[in-house]
Design a protein. Structure first.
Length: 171
C-alpha cells in the first residue's frame, strides 16, 4: 500500500507541475455543460438496441484537455435498464484561438467509472454493478461562440457501441 501512496503522490505532483500557468489559464475555454440523446447496441446473441439519454460537464485543465463527469441512462428491450457513471477525459484536436474555439472542433474522449445493469429474468429482479469504460471521438460544431452540437461514437464495456448527439453550452 505504501508503494501505491508514493505513486499517487508523485502523479499528483506531476499533474500540478504540468498544469498551465495563469497566462495559459486565461486562454482555456470555460466550463461546458451537455445533454445528449442517442442509441447503444449491446453485444449478445444479437445486438440489443437501447435508447440513450445523458448529461455531463467538462472542466478544462488546459486549452485542449478537459475532465468531467457524465451520467448516461440506457433503456433496452423489456425491463433491461443500464446506468453508467463515468469520469471523462476529453482532448480537443482543434486549437482555440483569440476568437475562441474553432467552428469545427474534432475531439477524442475516454472515460472510466461504474456500470449498473438491471433486468428481470423469469419474474426475478437482477441487478449488477461493475467497472466500466468508454472511448471514442466526435466533432463539436459551434452554432454560436458558446452553443454547439456534437455527434460522437464510442465503444465501451459492458461491450457496446454507442452513437449520440449532444447539445452543449460553453461558459
Amino acid at each position: 500500500m505504501a508503494a501505491f501512496a508514493r505513486v499517487a503522490i508523485m502523479a499528483a505532483l506531476g499533474i500540478l507541475v504540468w498544469l498551465p500557468s495563469d497566462a495559459t489559464a486565461q486562454q482555456r475555454p470555460g466550463v461546458a455543460l451537455e445533454g445528449s440523446l442517442g442509441w447503444a447496441g449491446f453485444v449478445d446473441n444479437s445486438t440489443k438496441d437501447h435508447r440513450v439519454v445523458g448529461g455531463g460537464a467538462r472542466f478544462y485543465l488546459t486549452p485542449r484537455l478537459a475532465l468531467g463527469p457524465e451520467v448516461v441512462y440506457m433503456r433496452g428491450p423489456n425491463t433491461d435498464r443500464d446506468l453508467m457513471l463515468t469520469g471523462n477525459l476529453t482532448f480537443d484536436l482543434g486549437r482555440s484561438g483569440a476568437a475562441g474555439p474553432p467552428r469545427l472542433n474534432p475531439f477524442l474522449v475516454a472515460g472510466g467509472g461504474l456500470f449498473r445493469h438491471t433486468d428481470d429474468f423469469n419474474g426475478v429482479a437482477f441487478t449488477s454493478t461493475e467497472a466500466a469504460f468508454t472511448a471514442g471521438g466526435g466533432l463539436r460544431v459551434f452554432l454560436t461562440d458558446r452553443v454547439y452540437i456534437a455527434p460522437e461514437v464510442r465503444i465501451g464495456w459492458e461491450l457496446h457501441l454507442r452513437t449520440s448527439i449532444s447539445v452543449g453550452f460553453q461558459f
